[in-house]
Design a binder for this molecule. Sequence first.
Ligand code: UDP
Length: 327
Amino acid sequence: MRILVTGGAGYIGSHTVRYLLAGGHEVTVFDSLEYGHRQAVPAENLVVGNLRDIDHVDQLMVVNRIEAVVHFAAFAYVGESVTNPAKYYTNNLIYSLQLLDRCRRNGIQKFVFSSTCATYGVPDRVPITEDEPQLPVNPYGNTKLAFEHALSDYASAHPFGFCALRYFNAAGAAEDGAIGEDHTPETHLIPLVFAAATGKIPHVTILGTDYPTPDGTCVRDYIHVNDLAAAHTLALDKIAPGSKLAYNVGLGRGYSVREVIATAEDVTGLKVPVKEGPRRAGDPPVLVASADKIRRELGWSAKYDTLRAILETAWRWHKAHPNGFGE
Ligand code: UDP
């Protein structure tokens, strides 16, 4: 398939691009490189541009005879979305809507969307199934949910189908250590734990120890990026005109912040200096996926099915690239 991947130089995007290329697909990566990394994708696949220049995207759709779009390009800092909602509505919603309409005009019938467990807000029940009410608690989640609705309306009206993949906590790195996680600023637990273990930062702060969970810290469902990547290719195969697919992608098992730290100590053989701090606004106590639907309908399963297996790949990347792609 000839596939346009927006945001394909980012963390989840770049792992998916590798996966698609290995599967024999023709891939055009479109990335502004604001958060993505040039080194994360083959130079011959990368087109640097901004989704705001929708005519540029349109031209690529026509010239490269694109058949499917995998849309990662978005901003994803929850806290920033609260203080600067305009940035999130503009990039994650307006530019996505423009992209969607160019798909319609160019007859592109398959669309895979990077959605998020943040669309569920604070769930009533865990594990979270896809029919849990979607009630986001921050602008980031609102923009992602709004675009899911637009996709659904397009799939009703036009010869078009989509799959929204609602990611839980993406983690890990390529098996060969060539690409991995590198955010600036880094706010994610696992890279910060490794940075603390190696002395790059003085300590990692546990953001809240009074949650109603077994050890008082937040529980999350960590999922390996390559398992996320695999979900995209299965989704592309499944989508047909009229498809309105949505799947949670997680292990279906949760780990607390303290468990992540303990497992990281085990994997690295290093002590992780820790401080306990207050809760971070907007963090639900427990987010764990039910992965039953994606297993059943797409035949997906996680290759990296424990936190330890995920952290081992992340550690390999971190050790080889302590400064990420900047090295
Ligand atoms: N977390 C933490 N200290 C940090 C960063 C994160 O305790 O410095 C916690 C955070 O509260 C959440 C979990 O680790 O419960 C995962 O956070 P991350 O930012 O990695 O992903 P998110 O769940 O926000 O997508």
